[in-house]
Write a protein that binds this ligand. Structure first.
Ligand code: PRP
Length: 219
């Protein structure tokens, strides 16, 4: 690319999920030459970082907001968990499985509820992911359930008697084990995904394609 073109090139904006996912994404992007030394200061509370030379910009956002920034086009690219993509249901192209942040979305509960689940009895389901839970029980299992939205520590649901089961992420399984719960059904595998705004995909096709191909070779 000529110097002149490089100077007029627009910024490619990434919305990253704050925390571990952003750290892993930056390590990966660093390997394809997209780095941002400004972000290495872990004590910083800044939310926007720029690499002038590479013409890239990074936002650090809460997971559920990443697909929103991408759908509205304020970020061209987002990196977020598949769980959040499914729950938020935003419009964007999912272009790449980054291969990290692997876990599973599962129906979990005490072993004693297994029979109720199998017989499609009316049960209460607590979850941080009510849309995923609704889709699974209504559209996949065709089972009528009562869904209760919680915001965290959902394992409490069956323990204190708020719900029969939970729909939640299982990674190592230790949270379940330590609370006397088990995986009863598996809904889907999860991992970090790269999503792209639909207009950006057309307007910045060359740059984004090149990036996807470089990342694919690494993964
Ligand atoms: C997630 C998830 C489980 C736990 C699973 O919770 O909701 O509770 O991790 O991981 P494990 O199988 O390795 O034990 P998170 O730590 O995000 O906190 P939260 O309960 O506040 O959602």
């Amino acid at each position: 690319m000529s110097e002149e073109n490089k100077n007029t090139e627009r910024y490619l904006t990434f919305a990253l999920t704050k925390g571990r996912l952003a750290e892993k994404t930056l390590a990966l992007l660093g390997k394809v030459g997209i780095d941002c030394t400004e972000m290495e200061d872990k004590s910083s509370r800044k939310l926007i970082f720029v690499n002038e030379e590479k013409k890239v910009r990074f936002f650090l956002a809460k997971g559920p907001d990443v697909p929103t920034y991408v759908e509205y086009g304020v970020a061209d690219i987002g990196v977020v968990g598949k769980d959040t993509i499914l729950e938020e249901g935003r419009r964007a192209f999912e272009v790449l499985d980054l291969g990290f942040g692997k876990c599973r979305m599962c129906v979990c509960g005490p072993e004693s509820v297994r029979e109720k689940l199998e017989h499609h009895e009316m049960i209460r389901v607590a979850s941080k992911y009510p849309e995923i839970a609704r889709d699974y029980f209504h559209n996949v299992k065709h089972q009528t359930v009562d869904i209760i939205k919680l915001n965290g520590s959902v394992e409490l649901g069956p323990i204190v008697g708020l719900s029969d089961v939970i729909v939640d992420i299982v990674e190592t399984g230790s949270t379940l084990r330590e609370n006397g719960l088990t995986v009863l059904e598996e809904i889907c595998p999860l991992s970090a995904r790269m999503i792209v705004n639909q207009v950006s995909m057309r307007m910045e096709h060359e740059r984004i394609r090149k990036l996807i191909n470089e990342l694919k070779e690494l993964i």
